[in-house]
Design a protein around this ligand. Structure first.
Ligand SMILES: C[S@@+](CC[C@H](N)C(=O)[O-])C[C@H]1O[C@@H](n2cnc3c(N)ncnc32)[C@H](O)[C@@H]1O
Length: 269
């Protein structure tokens, strides 16, 4: 009996000590990120979390130190943060983007015979649903689950069928000679990365098409390799026939500003 009580006491003490041990970085990140994810987007922000820490008994200096640590840890959780950012976009009461199908995608595909189409980083499916409504067999993928959920809900409402996959372009299996059409519309992917271009080329059927609309920054002050003058065109030239290329100023579908837009349509050659 005495042995049992000593053992039980040891367990209780150990549990107490464990409870008081400072949380490790993973735990601190999970506490923060769970709170961000589960609350209202207007109040569950980094500033809101700092206020919560202070309300919970931290001094301002301690809260600032914790926020600096969380900021540093965010570098290891980029994908989760991007997903949360877009999940919030797709569940906001008012969309901050054009929810109609992209005009360039529509005009480049409206006279085509429907086949198999892949919508890369499809978001809430505005283009995937449009293509499905025109008879295409559409697959789309994205990392934002709420976008995929919205796309499937809208497909059900309109009696359409689309296949959705929750995956990043990094891991998605594009397959071999599978698609008649691949769409990149405001897709957050490295569009001029030769490795990605080659994966897409291999995944296209002979004479398969790629349609891209991409918002870009000033080529004189590039922030991304695709911003460089002619970078998109060069990346998608070898092994393709260029059917359309435009580097212009126009209204963006996302963020609704008038700025540089790149448009490209190529055929596997
Ligand atoms: C600006 S939105 C465009 C969505 C859609 N194509 C459209 O035109 O409405 C960019 C999309 O890229 C997705 N995304 C971000 N990183 C990604 C990744 N690594 N792989 C696949 N999709 C990603 C986001 O979740 C988001 O839905």
């Amino acid at each position: 009996m005495r042995v049992l009580m000593t053992f039980a006491l040891a367990v209780v003490l150990a549990a107490g000590l464990w409870a008081q041990a400072p949380a490790d970085n993973d735990t601190l990140w999970q506490q923060y990120f769970t709170w961000l994810k589960e609350g209202d987007a207007r109040t569950h922000t980094p500033l809101g979390y700092r206020a919560k820490l202070i309300a919970g008994g931290m001094t301002e200096a301690q809260a600032d130190e914790r926020m600096a640590l969380l900021h540093q840890l965010s570098g290891q959780h980029e994908m989760e943060i991007v997903e949360l950012y877009f999940d919030r976009e797709y569940t906001a009461s008012q969309a901050d983007f054009n929810t109609a199908p992209n005009a360039f995608v529509v005009s480049m595909t409206e006279n085509l015979r429907p086949g198999t189409a892949l919508d890369v980083a499809m978001g809430q499916g505005r283009n995937a649903l449009y293509l499905a409504s025109k008879g295409w067999q559409v697959t789309g993928f994205d990392i934002a689950q709420k976008g995929l959920d919205a796309a499937q809900a809208e497909a059900a409402r309109r009696g359409l069928h689309i296949t959705t996959v929750k995956q990043g372009y990094e891991d998605f299996d594009f397959g071999q000679e599978k698609w008649d059409l691949v769409v990149f519309c405001y897709a957050w992917v490295p569009l001029s990365d030769p490795a990605l271009v080659e994966r897409v080329r291999a995944s296209l059927k002979p004479h398969g098409l790629v349609v891209i609309e991409h918002p870009a920054e000033d080529p004189a002050a590039p922030r991304d390799p695709t911003d460089e003058a002619n970078a998109l065109l060069k990346a998608w030239s070898a092994g393709f026939r260029v059917l359309r290329y435009e580097d212009t100023i126009d209204e963006w579908d996302w963020r609704m500003r008038k700025a540089r837009v790149l448009r490209l349509m190529v055929e596997k050659w």
